[in-house]
Design a protein around this ligand. Structure first.
Ligand code: AMP
Length: 395
């Protein structure tokens, strides 16, 4: 990474402002998944050890759209962070203005303060200079560890960096190292797995990956579109018809790299009680049925290809993993990645649904890296520069 990180700064005696990604799910005022909070702790703990004057944390949560919506308050996050770090975390019910400033000034001896949701102000998402400047008043040095928002140019991650020296935190560094290095200088064979609902959401990622990988295994609704493009009848399956021409073009250009499912678990309904059958796709899906998962032959074929890889990047479930009868393919991919990681293969899981899928089967700790950012990891895989990263000091 060509950016300065928190290793390049002496934080002693400084007021430190950190943008974290505490955009976590809440239910009835409780944090239901603290993955992102835990992911920020190495950075906070490292800075805390260096005896700064204060550590002020800021984040958005959800989409309050410029309104004070109590259901999106960061207060429960302050409580969870305090438990996880076994330290006191002060919470202040605003992120800019007098109350917030007074709270920051009252912290001494390296205390930790969490500001209220930055998106209670419309100016955050608008990258309003007034909001940026007001936030910047809380620190003498700025650290951005919010990889999950790095694809957005907002006041709390990009604007604020105009007013303070700005450095990358450990999470930001780790995400960039895994996701960019894998793409730019992978150990080969380099295999990509692309699943998810629609080709059109991921066209740029597919195109960019096809230029870099040795093989691209497709699954999910995306595979239905590829199978339609090669002339197979997919009956009621989710097919992205608008993307058919594009898919045909990709198959012409990169046909040797693209691996398409040959069989599928098809169902007659989108629920747990559906009837299912394994269909050989060359015979077509029977009328009234839909392809919801990759079939056993495809699982074996994909396992064999993955077992010969040295680097794997996975984005998007290969079936409707939320419904258990259609989750076998996705679970088998997760299991295979855990197994090959043990053999020294670098396995990287893009954020969003594939991260949720690997967490659901309890294998997230057994792969090399699970990204904490869905949109941000997709944009990196598209080959785009992330504004949240660009704004930091170059090394
Ligand atoms: P994405 O957000 O594009 O990664 O898509 C993830 C969604 O795609 C998940 O909610 C899956 O249930 C869905 N999905 C995966 N495979 C299929 C399929 N064969 N048919 C319909 N939806 C699918």
């Amino acid at each position: 990474m060509n950016k300065l990180t928190i290793r390049d700064v002496d934080f002693a005696g400084k007021r430190v402002l950190i943008r974290v990604d505490f955009n976590v799910p809440l239910e009835n005022g409780q944090v239901t998944d603290d993955t992102r909070i835990r992911a920020s702790i190495p950075t906070i703990a490292y800075i805390a050890q260096q005896k700064p004057t204060s550590i002020t944390l800021m984040s958005h949560l959800g989409r309050p759209d410029g309104q004070r919506d109590p259901s999106m308050s960061l207060q429960p996050v302050a409580e969870r962070l305090a438990q996880l770090m076994n330290t006191q975390v002060t919470f202040v019910e605003d992120c800019i203005g007098e109350q917030a400033q007074a709270a920051v000034q009252s912290v001494t001896d390296g205390g930790i303060l969490l500001l209220e949701n930055t998106r209670y102000y419309k100016g955050d998402e608008k990258n309003d200079p007034q909001v940026s400047e007001a936030l910047a008043k809380h620190g003498e040095v700025f650290v951005n560890d919010a990889f999950g928002t790095a694809h957005r140019a907002h006041a709390s991650n990009v604007g604020v960096a105009k007013y303070l020296p700005a450095y990358a935190g450990f999470l930001m560094e780790k995400e960039i190292d895994y996701l960019s290095k894998a793409i730019e200088a992978p150990e080969r064979p380099f295999v990509g797995i692309m699943g998810g609902a629609k080709v059109s959401d991921k066209v740029k990622v597919i195109e960019n990956l096809l230029d870099k990988v040795d093989m691209l295994l497709v699954g999910g609704g995306i595979a239905n579109t590829f199978n339609t493009a090669r002339g197979y009848a997919m009956a009621n399956s989710l097919v992205d018809r608008d993307a058919l021409d594009l898919v045909r073009g990709l198959m012409e250009k990169h046909g040797d790299k693209i691996v398409i499912p040959d069989d599928s678990v098809s169902g007659d309904a989108f629920n747990e009680n559906a009837n299912t059958q394994v269909v050989d796709l060359a015979n077509g899906i029977p009328a009234g049925w839909e392809s919801f998962d990759i079939g056993p032959k495809t699982i074996e074929k994909y396992r064999a290809i993955l077992s010969a890889a040295k680097t794997v990047i996975w984005n998007g479930p290969v079936g409707v993993f939320e419904i258990s009868i259609y989750a076998n393919g996705t679970n088998a991919i997760a299991q295979t990645l855990a197994e090959i990681t043990e053999l020294g293969v670098k396995t990287i899981i893009g954020g969003g649904d594939s991260a949720a899928a690997i967490e659901k089967v309890g294998l997230a700790e057994r792969v090399s890296h699970v990204s904490t950012g869905g949109g941000a990891s997709l944009e990196l895989l598209e080959g785009k520069a992330l504004p949240g990263l660009v704004a930091l000091k170059d090394s």
